[in-house]
Ligand binder design. Structure first.
Ligand SMILES: NC(=O)c1ccc[n+]([C@@H]2O[C@H](COP(=O)([O-])OP(=O)(O)OC[C@H]3O[C@@H](n4cnc5c(N)ncnc54)[C@H](O)[C@@H]3O)[C@@H](O)[C@H]2O)c1
Length: 246
């Protein structure tokens, strides 16, 4: 697909990794539309970037937005499912006898934010792609946690589900001319990573990574661009982690 003429929707693109992806794709010539829950960050987007306030866990709103995008831009070529919420909670916390076990409501909330959201947005956008016979692409932002990360039951399960949906859709939607791939970042130097991890854990990750550093948002963005660009890539979960898992 020609990136330069593509109409691309990036969810959660008002901050962090999503903003890095949206910026890179726009610099490569694409028309980029951002959908994010955080109204303040949407309002602060660069002038040339169109932004919508949207909760990607709400199917009706997602369908309205996809229809609006098609009215305004004629089609949606690419959906980047980036919106998500990193969440950590151990299955058992013996230091907290009153709430020793992983809270079920928080488990459900994390699954909704990180797994249901990807289903909902893909459903809303693929409907428009199919109606207009668009030969489109879906890119899901997964995570190294999909392998099962200690202290992240819900988040790991959600991201493993994202990988499974990626492969399933690559088979189902490939027949309709719609490719589906994922990028699985390792630990990227973003505010959310710095917020979630202590300095000593960051140092530990760096020393276990062959490249001895965290990744950059721009490096994840380049992986997304290559999956959009290459028309024979389908059903791939691309690791971008400095070799941490090898
Ligand atoms: N930062 C990392 O190291 C890292 C590593 C692996 C995977 N990831 C994944 O990358 C993606 C982005 O992570 P990040 O680190 O930039 O996080 P972040 O918190 O900085 O950004 C996430 C964005 O998604 C938006 N968002 C959250 N819930 C939403 C909802 N319901 N509807 C619409 N927008 C919503 C937020 O407002 C925010 O702008 C996530 O899917 C995350 O799981 C991040």
């Amino acid at each position: 697909m020609e990136l330069e003429s593509a109409v691309i929707l990036v969810t959660g693109g008002a901050k962090g990794l999503g903003l890095g992806i949206a910026t890179h794709l726009q610099e490569r010539g694409a028309t980029v539309i951002v959908a994010d829950l955080d109204a303040k960050s949407v309002a602060a987007l660069p002038k040339q970037m169109e932004g919508f306030v949207l909760d990607v866990t709400r199917l009706d709103d997602a369908r309205d937005m996809a229809a609006k995008m098609v009215t305004q831009h004629g089609r949606i070529d690419v959906l980047v499912n980036n919106a998500g919420v990193i969440y950590s909670e151990p299955m058992v916390n013996i230091m907290n006898p009153l709430g020793m076990m992983h809270d079920y409501d928080r488990f459900r909330a994390s699954i909704t934010a990180n797994l249901d959201s990807v289903f909902i947005m893909t459903s809303a956008v693929v409907e428009q792609m199919v109606l207009r016979r668009t030969r489109g692409a879906i890119i899901n932002i997964s995570s190294i946690s999909a392998c099962g990360n200690e202290g992240q039951t819900a988040y790991s399960a959600a991201k493993a589900g994202v990988n499974a949906m990626t492969v399933t859709w690559s088979k189902e939607l490939g027949k309709l001319g719609i490719r589906c791939n994922a990028v699985a970042p390792g630990f990227i130097d973003t505010d959310s990573t710095r917020h979630a991890l202590s300095e000593s854990i960051v140092k530990h990750i760096q020393s276990n990574t062959p490249l001895r550093r965290l990744g950059k948002a721009n490096e994840v963005a380049k992986a997304v661009a290559s999956l959009i660009d290459n028309d024979f890539m389908n059903g791939v979960v691309l690791d971008v982690n400095g070799g941490l898992t090898i």
